[in-house]
Design a protein around this ligand. Structure first.
Ligand code: ZN
Length: 330
C-alpha cells in the first residue's frame, strides 16, 4: 500500500509538504484547496471516496496529490481535492449509516443524524467556499466526482451528467472524450448526488465518473485508470487534452427510472447482468403487485439494476440513445 494511502487511512490529513506558491489550505478533513497565483479562469473540484470502498479513484487522487507535493505536477488552475467519506474508507465500506451520494442538495437536513449527513453538509459548505474564493465573473466551474461500479459493464467507463437547466459547454464533453470514457449518460431528473448538487448550486459543469470495478486498497489495476489520470493531469496544468484513441463516446439519456415501491418487487434479470445490457422491446423487466415495467422501443439499455434496494428507491434506469444535452432549449 502507498504511504499516502496509509496516512489517509490512519490519521486525519496526509502530512506532505505542498508548494507554498499554491497557497494550500485544508478546508476540512480530507479537503484540500490549492490556489495558484495566476490561475486561468477555471476552478476545478475533483472528488473520490464519496463511497468509501471505491478505492481506485482514491488512489488516483492520492497519486496526483503526491505528484503535486513533489513538484512533478504544477497546478495552473484553482483546485479542490476532496476525499469524501474517510470513516467509510477506513472501514472499507460504501458508507457507515447512509449512502452519502443520496444526501446532497440539502437532503441531509431531512435524513436521520449520521456521519454521512454531517459530512454531506460539510462538503456543501466547503465547495461553496472554494467557488466563492476562486470566483471571477468569467470563471468556469468544473467538477469530476470519481466512483467505481458494483457490477460489470458493457461500457466499462462512463460518465453520468446530472439533470441541468443551465448550459453545459462542448469543452466539458471534449474532456470526457479525452478521458477515453466509453459512454456518457444524461440524467433527466434531479438527484441527491454530489455532482447534481455542484451542478445546480454553482451552475457548474459537473459529472459522476464510473471508472470500472474497484478492488481493495493496494490491489487495484491502476493502468485501467491511466487515461483518466492523463486527462486530469492535463486539466490541472492547463495543457492540451490527450488525443482520444478509442471509438467515439456513446451517448444515452435516462428515459425511465424504475422505482421499487413494494416488498414484492421482482427484477427479471440475472444477478450478473451487466450495466448497459440491451433488452428486447416489450420485455417485462420488473414487476410488483400494482404495476410492471416493459422495455420500450428505444429505451432498451438497463443501468444499475438492483432489486435489493429499500422500497422507495431506484431499482434501475432504462436508457435511450441520445446526444449530449448542452442547454435547456435542446
Ligand atoms: Zn460510488
Amino acid at each position: 500500500m502507498q504511504p499516502l494511502t496509509e496516512q489517509l487511512l490512519h490519521c486525519a490529513l496526509p502530512d506532505l509538504p505542498l508548494p507554498a506558491v499554491l497557497r494550500p489550505r485544508w478546508l476540512a478533513e480530507g479537503v484540500l484547496q490549492l490556489t495558484p497565483q495566476h490561475a486561468p479562469p477555471r476552478a476545478v473540484v475533483v472528488s473520490a471516496g464519496i463511497h468509501g470502498n471505491e478505492t481506485a479513484p482514491i488512489e488516483l487522487l492520492l497519486q496526483l496529490l503526491a505528484e503535486i507535493g513533489s513538484g512533478a505536477l504544477r497546478p495552473e488552475t484553482a483546485l479542490l481535492l476532496v476525499f469524501g467519506n474517510l470513516p467509510a474508507m477506513r472501514a472499507n465500506r460504501r458508507y457507515l449509516h447512509h449512502d452519502m451520494n443520496r444526501l446532497f442538495g440539502g437532503r441531509h437536513r431531512n435524513a436521520p443524524r449520521s456521519h454521512e449527513a454531517t459530512r454531506a453538509a460539510e462538503l456543501e459548505r466547503v465547495t461553496a467556499a472554494f467557488f466563492a474564493q476562486a470566483d471571477a465573473p468569467e470563471t468556469e466551474r468544473w467538477h469530476l466526482d470519481m466512483h467505481t461500479a458494483i457490477r460489470g459493464s458493457r461500457y466499462p467507463q462512463f460518465a453520468l451528467v446530472p439533470y441541468h437547466a443551465h448550459p453545459y459547454h462542448p469543452p466539458f464533453f471534449d474532456m470526457l472524450a479525452a478521458a477515453e470514457l466509453d459512454a456518457v449518460v444524461q440524467h433527466s431528473a434531479a438527484g441527491g448526488t454530489f455532482s447534481h448538487f455542484v451542478s445546480e448550486a454553482f451552475q457548474a459543469q459537473s459529472c459522476t465518473l464510473e471508472l470500472g470495478k474497484a478492488r481493495p486498497f493496494g490491489r487495484n489495476d491502476l493502468p485501467q485508470f491511466a487515461a483518466t489520470g492523463a486527462m486530469l493531469r492535463a486539466l490541472i496544468i492547463g495543457a492540451p487534452l490527450p488525443a482520444r484513441q478509442k471509438p467515439p463516446v456513446q451517448h444515452f439519456t435516462v428515459a425511465e427510472s424504475i422505482i421499487k415501491t413494494s416488498e414484492h418487487f421482482t427484477l427479471n434479470l440475472p444477478d450478473e447482468a451487466e450495466n448497459f445490457t440491451c433488452l428486447p422491446p416489450g420485455y417485462e423487466i420488473a414487476h410488483q403487485p400494482d404495476r410492471c415495467w416493459r422495455v420500450g422501443d428505444t429505451a432498451r439499455h438497463i443501468l444499475f439494476p438492483n432489486a435489493g434496494v429499500a422500497p422507495g428507491l431506484r431499482a434501475g434506469l432504462l436508457l435511450a440513445p441520445g446526444a449530449p444535452r448542452l442547454s435547456l432549449s435542446e
